[in-house]
Write a protein that binds this ligand. Structure first.
Ligand code: DX5
Ligand code: ZN
Length: 216
């Protein structure tokens, strides 16, 4: 299981220290929630901030784009040092081209689905995916309540990926905490994103253990 802490719930005034603390606590990924005030109501940060923090951290930068027209910014995020770039299917008009371009730029390619978006929207891009993100809240804010519809969606996606011979990872994001972790992992999730249920409970090494304890 990979735990990818969502920096949305971290202290923005101390991002470099937060990243360092994650690394020291044994985390390997960091989840960046990029919001544009259009696809979602909030605005967070963009490539310049990520680029500066890239110089301070060796963590795997998992970048979740909650922005319209993500295709306009792929090169900027590659240059900023994103390792994985996840676009929303609801926001990407030419998904196959966008995913090809993300990989061409040297990043892993991911697609996110809002809670009400059906899995069949991934049908024609399964061979272009390194990761599929199942949203378990409507994106835009941290600290929302987990939507249990994610469990079945994850198991169905797992079967779908297997049938297609895909080794893409399944990520889940929104309201994830140590109590729903066992069922998410049993359903087939590989990468858990956690914001408030992670950062609000330091020390981070102990909190990581709380998520891992629920594993099996
Ligand atoms: C939702 C974001 C999530 C969110 C997770 O818009 O994509 O990454 O920050 O936060 P929690 O874990 O607090 O729901
Ligand atoms: Zn996210």
């Amino acid at each position: 299981m990979i735990l990818s802490p969502s920096l949305l719930s971290s202290d923005f005034g101390r991002l470099a220290e937060e990243l360092q603390a994650l690394e020291q606590a044994g985390l390997t990924w960091a989840h960046w929630d990029v919001m544009d005030g259009a696809f979602v109501p909030n605005i967070t940060f963009g490539p310049p901030v990520i680029k500066r923090l890239r110089q301070t951290s060796r963590l795997f930068f998992d970048v979740h784009l909650m922005i319209e027209h993500p295709e306009r910014y792929l090169a900027d995020f590659a240059e900023a040092g994103a390792d994985l770039l996840v676009v929303h299917v609801e926001a990407a008009a030419h998904l196959p081209r966008t995913l090809d371009e993300i990989r061409r730029l040297g990043m892993k390619a991911g697609v996110a689905l809002n809670p009400a978006t059906p899995l069949c929207s991934l049908n024609y891009v399964l061979d272009k995916l390194d990761l599929a993100l199942i949203m378990s809240v409507n994106p835009g804010f941290g600290g929302q309540k987990f939507m249990p519809l994610a469990y079945d969606k994850i198991s169905e996606l797992k079967a779908k990926l297997k049938a297609a011979g895909s080794s893409a990872l399944i990520q889940v994001d929104g309201g994830v905490d140590p109590t729903n972790t066992p069922r998410l992992l049993a359903a087939g999730a590989d990468v858990l994103v956690s914001g408030s249920a992670f950062f609000n409970f330091p020390p981070y090494a102990e909190r990581l253990k709380a998520f891992q304890m629920e594993e099996e």
